[in-house]
Design a protein around this ligand. Structure first.
Ligand code: AHM
Ligand code: MG
Length: 334
């Protein structure tokens, strides 16, 4: 009945993909997607489920953990640890690398995730998401150790996010194209709905938390001043501004209709000159954005080239439509 050429569930898409995705990687992506369906169900429960509010715990970043942060982390661990496909797991919500427990077999991949990004939006019913990154585990005596995770973003073999919004959408790349799949709630399947996503090269929409303005560096302040100056300013065009406060939602809008997303360096807290985490937020998003034809930079370095020094490293993030990101790079150079 539904077997038309345009009906392509994730599993079938992966198996017939142009880039010959190794079978174990296909299965791992499906495991992650499966866990995200459960997270989506939990998110949808809202006030009917016991998911709102905070726990009495803090993560390694000193942030209070929301109940849904912990639930989502647990769902992803339980959905992937037993499969024999991964050698270790790293998460925003866990201080150290999570070793695959006995008696499960260790596999050849490393999985990293921010289980529930945009936590501050959970209790107010605004879109949140899951971000994930998959690396090949180097063959070494210390398979799955902290060091085996410290690979630049270019080494990612797959990356994606799932947005829990008005619909649940998985956006995925294995480095060749970017494709989005909408969760069909009746079938319980992710169905290809946005093949080969491309980010428009130019834009007149920026996303930044302007309450941090007093703490930005000069290039960022000048760039935003010039955007706000509109048609009469040096940019000569009217800009629009959006800031959801969930990176997944802000990047999904950017991926879909173009834009520029900035969480730049700031001096608000000298201990934390950047907010977003390199390995499970910036890197997967940068791979998606660049594969879709956009650019991702810190302002001075391509994000995907950074050699990580620690698991929870933070990094300034500027990404989106190529021409606009290039303008920000020019502000930094001049
Ligand atoms: P989280 O992973 O603890 O949710 O924090 C990351 C989030 C991003 O999703 C979002 O872009 C940013 O923090 C919003 O920060 P702010 O509240 O400073 O605007
Ligand atoms: Mg996050």
């Amino acid at each position: 009945m539904i077997h038309t050429n345009s009906f392509l569930p994730l599993r079938r898409f992966l198996s017939r993909s142009e880039s010959e995705i190794p079978e174990e990687l296909q299965r791992l992506i499906i495991d992650v997607a499966q866990s995200c369906k459960l997270i989506s169900m939990a998110v949808n429960q809202g006030a009917l489920g016991d998911i709102y509010g905070s726990d009495d715990t803090q993560n390694i970043q000193g942030e209070v953990q929301k109940k849904l942060d912990i639930i989502s982390n647990q769902i992803l661990l339980e959905g992937t640890e037993w499969t024999g496909r991964i050698a270790g797991i790293a998460s925003e919500e866990m201080d150290a690398v999570y070793p695959i427990p006995d008696p499960y077999i260790k596999g050849e991949y490393l999985l990293l995730f921010d289980p529930l990004d945009g936590s501050s939006n959970i209790d107010v019913n605004i879109s949140v998401g899951t971000i994930f990154s998959i690396l090949k585990c180097p063959d070494s005596a210390h398979r799955g150790s902290d060091n085996s995770f410290l690979q630049p973003g270019r080494a990612q073999v797959a990356a994606g996010y799932v947005i829990y919004g008005s619909s649940t959408v998985l956006v995925l790349t294995t480095g060749v194209t970017v494709n989005a799949f909408t969760l069909d709630q009746r079938l319980g399947e992710f169905i290809l709905t946005h093949p080969n996503m491309r980010i428009p090269r130019s834009t007149a929409e920026f996303a930044i938390n302007t309450s941090n303005l007093p703490y930005w560096t000069d290039p960022i302040r000048h760039y935003i001043d010039d955007c706000i100056a509109g048609k009469k300013g040096p940019r000569g065009k009217q800009f629009n501004m959006r800031w959801v406060g969930s990176m997944v939602a802000d990047i999904h809008r950017t991926m879909t209709r173009g834009g520029i997303f900035l969480y730049p360096q700031d001096s608000k807290n000298p201990q934390l000159p950047a907010k977003l985490r390199l390995m499970y937020e910036a890197n997967p998003m940068a791979l998606l954005v660049e594969t879709a034809g956009g650019l991702a930079t810190t302002g001075t370095h391509p994000i995907l080239e950074i050699q990580p020094e620690k698991l929870h490293q933070r990094v300034p993030v500027i990404m989106g439509s190529t021409e606009e990101v290039q303008v920000v790079l020019d502000y930094h150079q001049n």
